[in-house]
Design a protein. Sequence first.
Length: 437
Amino acid sequence: MQLSDTQHRRTVLLGSIGGLAMVAGCLDSDDGSDESPADTDDDGPGDDDSTDGTTATDDAETEDDDAEGEAILYFGETSASWPRELTDHANSGYLSGATDQLTSFERTLDIESAVDTTLPRFVFRDEMIYSVFGDGTIRAYTIDGEEQWDRSSDVAFGPFLDSDGLFVVTNDDQLVRIDADSGDQDWIRPAPNDWEYVDALVTDGRLYGLIGQGVSEYVVGEYDIGSEEVTWESDHVDQEPQEMLLADETIVVRETGSFYAGVRAIDIGDETARWETELEAQSMLVGGNTLFGLDLDGSVDPDPEIHALSMADGTQRWSEPGAQALDPETTITDGERLFCATDEGYSAFDGETGDEEWTIQLENEVRPGPFVTEGTLYLAEDARVSALDPIDGSELGTETISDVSEVTTVTGYRDRLWVGGESRAMGRDLIALGQSD
């Protein structure tokens, strides 16, 4: 499988790409029992913690009713994989659904992963947490910290949670469905049409792939998991693809060649691009109707820049100088603002104009995986987690995790912040922070 520099980082470090967690539901078991030599079981007990499929909005309203009108912090029934790089495969870092701010922190749970290879990545659903570690192990925990099962699997992309199951794509281009309750492998399928995955995601019962089809030939394709058929493929991508995002029924592909760099937007189901344009960028993210491209230091143009393009037609709205500190893993947007590290600290820029709205000074380097809700921006620097006002950058609350040498990422699920941390004993811990009294 041919890997770009970006994909190599995602595959080896296993902390720079996430997947998409979709609606909760009961998982069906398949009769297939094919096994792969690279995918062996080490199963443990599992509990069925599935819900009846109620939506995050419905559950939030129910919890509000139960609290007799009191506001409850609520991030949803599912949460995307993190670290943030592809939080929802729109790469925004925005989490909707919070009904209250979490601004004072109390440690409520530790999961001692004790994995000293590379950073784990996690997805959440219902009462469960699923993780993939750099040694290839997939582990499942309850949100109360009890390990349910683990298995060895050669994962390149995922895990992806879908109403039809838990999926991963392996390094040898096979799609695997795993029973989310037991960890048993339901089935394994080779890639259709000799696909070689450069990027992939599973959502709504379909696998979307940025695919190699021979030397210097690439397409974007959709595979229906239920019917086991390729439902469409795009025209060939002209240059070597680096990254694929999915936002509002549109797939955006970033390409880089010897004499060309650009992006193209393809409507799902269409064989040709709706638009394509030149763009010097080493990373991109989508917020609302805007595509942001980050032209980083050390690229063809040595001066970092931030570009904003219309998602509708690809026209450039604005371009502003960036900073040497610009980092895709710490850059997010809520659709109204772009938040990113600058040489002066951490800043917010108006998404429509590119004008700087505020900058705050930080004592240490921002860690990967900040995220923003409607009313709060959460970020970490070394071992400190902070809640900020996204409008003016003012501090709403902060917590230093004393036994962690550095926070590796942070996200919200239900009523807690979930903090990935590197312990001083060189293990990898998952820490839950709830609202303190």
